[in-house]
Design a protein around this ligand. Sequence first.
Ligand code: C2E
Ligand code: MG
Ligand code: MG
Ligand code: MG
Length: 290
Amino acid sequence: RAKSEGKNRYKIYTAQMSERTVDALLMENDLRRALEQDEFILFYQPQVHLRTGKIIGLEALIRWQHKTKGVISPLDFIPLAEETGLIEEVGAWVLAHACERFHHWLKQGLSLGKVAVNLSARQFRQAHFAETVVEALNKSKLPPQYLELEITESLTMQDTDEVLQTLGYLNKLGLSIAIDDFGTGYSSLSYLKKFPVNKLKIDRTFIHDVGSELDDGAIAKSIIDLAHNMSMLVVAEGVERLGQSRWLYDQGCDQVQGYYFCKPLSENELLKLLYSEKVFRDSNGDCFIV
Ligand code: C2E
Ligand code: MG
Ligand code: MG
Ligand code: MG
C-alpha cells in the first residue's frame, strides 16, 4: 500500500519501520542482558477475603529494575518478551522466584493462602511448560496447593487439546487455575466446562462503576453467579473505592484485589504488612473496611 502512494511515501514508511525494528532489537538485547544480570523483581499484591478481611493470596507482578531507565512496567516489556520468545526464560524466573519466596515466608510461620503467577499464552504453550512448573515446585519445596496459575481466556481458544492436557496435568498435581481479566476475551464459555478452572478474576472494567449510580453491576453480578454455580471462586480486580467493595460484599463475591485495599508491594513492604497482621475490616468485626 505504501508503495502505491508514491516514492516519497514509501521512503518514509520504510524509515519508520526500521526505526521501530531498531528499537525492538535494542530492547531485545537489553532484555537478554537484564536476565543475565538479574534485573527483574517481583511485587506482590494482596488478595483479600471479603468475609473476614484476611489476606488469603498474593499476586506476583513482575517489574524490570533497569540500570539506567528506572523501573519498567510489565506492560512495556512483556509483549516484546512474548514476540521474541524470551518470555519462556522470564516466565521460568517468575515461577521459580515466586515459589522460592513464598515457601520461605511459609517457613517463617506466615499464613498466606496462595501465590498467584501470571502466565502468557506463549509461555504456556512452550514444549516443556509443565516441567518448568514442576521444577519450580520441587526446587522451592513449595507444596502445589499453594500455587495458583493465572491464564487468560485467549489461551483457552488455542490448540485446545494440548492446553486441556497440560491444565489437567497441573490440576492433578494440586495447584489451582484462575482465569485472569475474565469477560474481556471474546471466547466462548464452553471451556469452563471442559477445563479445570478454580477461580474467575472479574476484569476491572466491569468493576469500575459498580456501587455507583452509573452502573447496575449486571455483568459483575452475572460473573459472580456463574462462578458460584460452577463451584468456582471469584475475585474482583481493580477495587479502588469503598462503594465497590460494599457492593461486592453484598453480591457475595469471595475475594477482592485493588488499590482500595493495597497496591502491589515490594518484598520489604509486604513483610511489614504481614507482620503487622493487618486485617482489612472495620470495628464492627465482620466487615471489609480498612
Ligand atoms: P494483571 O494480571 O491483570 O494484573 C493486575 C494489574 O492491575 C497490575 O498491573 C496491578 O498493579 C494493577 N492493579 C491492581 N489494583 C489495581 C486497581 O485498583 N486499579 C487499577 N487501575 N489497577 C490495579 P501491573 O503490575 O502493571 O501488571 C500489568 C499486567 O502485566 C498484568 O495484568 C499481567 O497481565 C502482566 N504481568 C505482570 N506480571 C507478569 C508476569 O510475571 N508474567 C506475565 N506473563 N505477565 C505479567
Ligand atoms: Mg493477573
Ligand atoms: Mg487481571
Ligand atoms: Mg489485566
